[in-house]
Ligand binder design. Structure first.
Ligand SMILES: Cc1cc2nc3c(=O)[nH]c(=O)nc-3n(C[C@H](O)[C@H](O)[C@H](O)COP(=O)(O)OP(=O)(O)OC[C@H]3O[C@@H](n4cnc5c(N)ncnc54)[C@H](O)[C@@H]3O)c2cc1C
Length: 461
């Protein structure tokens, strides 16, 4: 077992590599711009080869940034991003903003400045890909299929019933309203049942009890411990926080029926719980991944009495008709270490992020960004006629999670079941890392004229 010093050294090495990659991108992009200024760029009309990126959350957005920013001024390639959402939807703050009012607009960050490029290199289409074949992608709204030379699938994962895990609305204004619906549901309820003791369920339950100590908040989880995908130390820490706040925890049981009219849910054990707001289960990941994303992603609103905190399912359906064998039984896209899809006839198709089967123990934004870097580097080699050579390996530090345990504290944990590190912290800012994320994406917090309103940063007393 590695000592603590060894683990810190691994984190330092991990950070060093990430910073090195970012600096390399900054220099490379500056060199591209300088070459364009000195020697000119190809006419955009002559960029007749296409790299299509499907999905622009952590993984796809980062691939777009790295590839579009580094394509040679003389390259015949262009990048086309296809993403149904009007804004980058920042998942990390959704559980918090489903409880705490007044910040919901901040979870939707405008696209635009993060992935910048020479004129004519990057095209953005707000639409959904419904299917692909070996040469084209078909869009939900777009009439003409788009031909591609290289394709990156970064379609991530989702949940059928949406918040607090996913928004399931493409427009910011609709998403903001959905979050407000959940806030109102919790605010006006006397008893709230939260289903799912993973990160989203934990955060909603602890925030709700912290903000509204007089409400009954009941967390139902099917496993013997909350945060069961993480190490024992984090599980114990989470359980202590629930006890400290007074959240009632029911383990090894699940909700099998809900009756909004009678205001009650029934558990598998037969126990009935009266509640006026239900943070509910969804379809299981395996059955759910077979459902067409169109049906639920574009569905108008979840049932008003529900909030879902249970597991997410990979959105791999677009690959189903062209390469069904590349989809694992639990719905992930099978990939080679280079992150090319594991199908010899699709060596020009890559997958990264939550949708890819990379054997990452706890997939998260960090692993999605690292995979995006691997894909971008391989695509940039491929457009230069070289074989992809960069490989993605999951790293121990990818398991990093920062879990809020009430409004003013959090625990950061890294661990793979054998070796772990854990830190407790006081949280001063109720909006967590949203301001920094706006800045990281090149936006001025919180300038966004989507409907003429802007949010404000609020500190905890
Ligand atoms: C509530 C919550 C809190 C989290 N907190 C953290 C955290 O604190 N730290 C952390 O590191 N990770 C966190 N995560 C995990 C992190 O959000 C995911 O790992 C990350 O979002 C994965 O990024 P992705 O780009 O692979 O996929 P996703 O974020 O799932 O995005 C996929 C994108 O593809 C688009 N898309 C899907 N289908 C199609 C299609 N057919 N056509 C076109 N576009 C499509 C979607 O609109 C979406 O924008 C959290 C997740 C949740 C749900």
């Amino acid at each position: 077992m590695l000592s603590k010093a060894g683990l810190y050294a691994r984190i330092a090495g991990y950070m060093f590599v990430i910073i090195g990659e970012e600096l390399s991108y900054i220099f490379s992009k500056a060199a591209v711009r300088l070459r364009a200024r000195l020697f000119g760029s190809i006419d955009p009309a002559q960029r007749d080869r296409t790299i299509v990126i499907v999905g622009a959350s952590f993984a796809g957005h980062h691939v777009a940034r790295l590839v579009a920013g580094q394509l040679s001024p003389q390259s015949r390639y262009r990048v086309v991003v296809i993403e149904p959402n009007s804004h980058f939807q920042f998942t990390w703050v959704l559980p918090r903003f489903c409880v705490v009012k007044g910040h919901e607009e901040k979870a939707f960050i405008p696209y635009g400045r993060y992935a910048s490029s020479l004129p004519g290199v990057l095209e953005w289409i707000q639409d959904r890909v419904v299917s692909i074949d070996k040469t084209h992608v078909r869009l939900a709204k777009g009439l003409d299929p788009i031909q591609y030379d290289y394709l990156v699938l970064a379609t991530g994962s989702g949940v059928k019933t949406g918040l607090p895990s996913r928004v399931n609305a493409t427009e910011k204004s609709a998403g903001v309203e959905l979050i407000r619906d959940v806030q109102r549901g919790i605010e006006t309820a006397k008893t709230v049942v939260v289903v799912g003791g993973g990160a989203a369920g934990m955060e909603v339950a602890t925030d709700a009890k912290d903000l509204y100590p007089d409400k009954n908040i009941i967390l139902v989880h099917s496993r013997p411990a909350v945060m069961h995908r993480f190490g024992k130390r984090l599980q114990d820490e989470a359980m202590q926080a629930l006890k400290r706040l007074g959240v009632e925890v029911i383990l090894e049981d699940r909700v099998v029926d809900e009756d909004p009219a009678a205001k009650k849910v029934t558990l598998r054990s037969g126990r009935e719980i009266s509640c006026d707001y239900f943070v509910s289960p969804s379809l299981t990941p395996s059955s759910f991944s077979l459902a067409l994303s169109e049906i639920w992603r574009c569905s108008s609103r979840p049932r008003h009495h529900q909030v879902n905190c249970t597991g997410q399912a990979p959105c791999s359906q677009v690959l189903a008709s062209v390469s069904p064998n590349s989809i694992s039984p639990n719905g992930y896209i099978k990939v080679k270490p280079t992150l090319q899809v594991a199908d010899e006839e699709l060596s020009h198709v890559y997958a990264c992020g939550d949708v890819a089967d990379t054997e990452t123990p706890c997939p998260n934004a960090r692993s999605a960004l690292r995979q995006a870097t691997t894909v971008a580097r391989n695509v940039l080699r491929a457009v230069d006629g070289k074989e992809p050579k960069y490989e993605y390996r999951s790293h121990w530090a990818d398991t990093f999670i920062k879990l809020t345990l009430g409004l003013d504290r959090s625990t950061t944990f890294m661990g793979d079941g054998h070796k772990d590190l854990m830190f407790r912290a006081k949280e001063k800012n109720i909006t967590l890392m949203v301001k920094q994320t706006w800045a990281r994406l090149g936006q001025t917090p919180y300038e966004d004229k989507y409907d003429g309103k802007e949010g404000e940063e609020v500190k905890l007393e």
